[in-house]
Design a protein around this ligand. Structure first.
Ligand SMILES: [Zn+2]
Length: 294
């Protein structure tokens, strides 16, 4: 099996796409439930803060990534296996629940498709090996983080911090010389630190000048994680690309009246897309556009 995957890039890419579709289905669960779980934990924390010592806390019903099993939010009918096949189930059922006909959000198949395509690209770009393994995990994390930030304007520490540790560990275990992915431990450590500090400085400067909170602390941790995976040399391209994309989208939303000037626009999705693109684009292509080396 390993020999087949190594010898045949087509087979490996197909496996990556299939894996990406299945994981994409799980990412939908993460994106939907993680913010709820976070809020539930905050409620417990608030209770603990105000309660006198020894008070029994009200017990919330179990709710996590595994339990309760996937069900229709409208009628609570559990999904059967054949209703849970990535993308295909949505097409078969024409985007409706089998029992109550409630519309299913188009976002579910879109996330699955995005995960499948991005995973296939990672497999094709890196080929069979540890690079693809790390690239796939990073891809799935970034999809979940970007979607959660879009929904809630929040990048949970429970996701960004393990991603950061993972990037550093990857560099320690499999890091190679300069520039190549996975990067060396020193590139990863400098990348993580500089990633966090650079956005922190931008944030403090912006706050001094305008009195507004432009970025969240989750953004710093996400760029730190990207720096841990790709090393310090990706930080400038990622920062420029995400700022450029964020400005274009922000201005487009302002002009079309979908966004007000003082409303915060989540920056996490732009960081995630820029970081992913810089990491999985062939070096020759970047070198053609990027004058400072990579
Ligand atoms: Zn239903």
């Amino acid at each position: 099996m390993v020999e087949l995957l190594r010898a045949s890039p087509g087979t490996f890419v197909t496996v990556c796409v299939a894996l990406g579709l299945v994981v994409g289905s799980f990412l939908n669960v993460v994106i939907h439930r993680f913010p709820q779980m976070m809020k539930a934990r905050w409620r417990v924390d608030c209770q603990l803060l105000d309660a006198p010592a020894g008070t029994a806390l009200s017990k919330a019903p179990r709710y996590d990534l595994i339990y309760p099993a996937s069900h229709c939010p409208a009628c609570a009918t559990p999904l059967r296996f054949r209703d849970n096949v990535p993308i295909l189930s949505y097409l078969w059922l024409r985007g409706r629940c089998r029992s109550c006909q409630a519309a299913v959000s188009i976002r579910y198949p879109l996330i699955e498709a995005l995960s499948g395509v991005a995973s296939g690209w990672v497999g094709w770009h890196f080929g069979f090996g540890i690079e693809s393994g790390a690239g796939l995990v990073l891809t799935w994390y970034l999809i979940a983080l970007a979607a959660i930030d879009l929904d809630t304007q929040y990048l949970p520490d429970e996701l960004t911090v393990p991603l950061l540790w993972g990037g550093l560990l990857l560099a320690v275990l499999w890091g190679r010389g300069t520039g190549a992915f996975p990067v060396s431990p020193s590139e990863a450590i400098v990348g993580a630190t500089a990633g966090y500090l650079s956005l922190w400085c931008v944030h403090q400067g912006f706050r001094l000048v305008t009195g507004l909170e432009g970025l969240g602390y989750g953004d710093f941790k996400l760029l730190a994680a990207l720096g841990a995976f790709g090393g310090w040399s990706i930080l400038l391209p990622v920062a420029l690309l995400s700022a450029l994309a964020g400005s274009i989208v922000g201005i487009a939303l302002l002009v079309t009246g979908r966004h007000k000037l003082r409303e915060p626009l989540p920056y996490g999705p732009f960081l995630a897309i820029a970081g992913w693109l810089v990491l999985v684009t062939p070096h020759e292509l970047i070198a053609a556009w990027w004058p400072f080396g990579h």
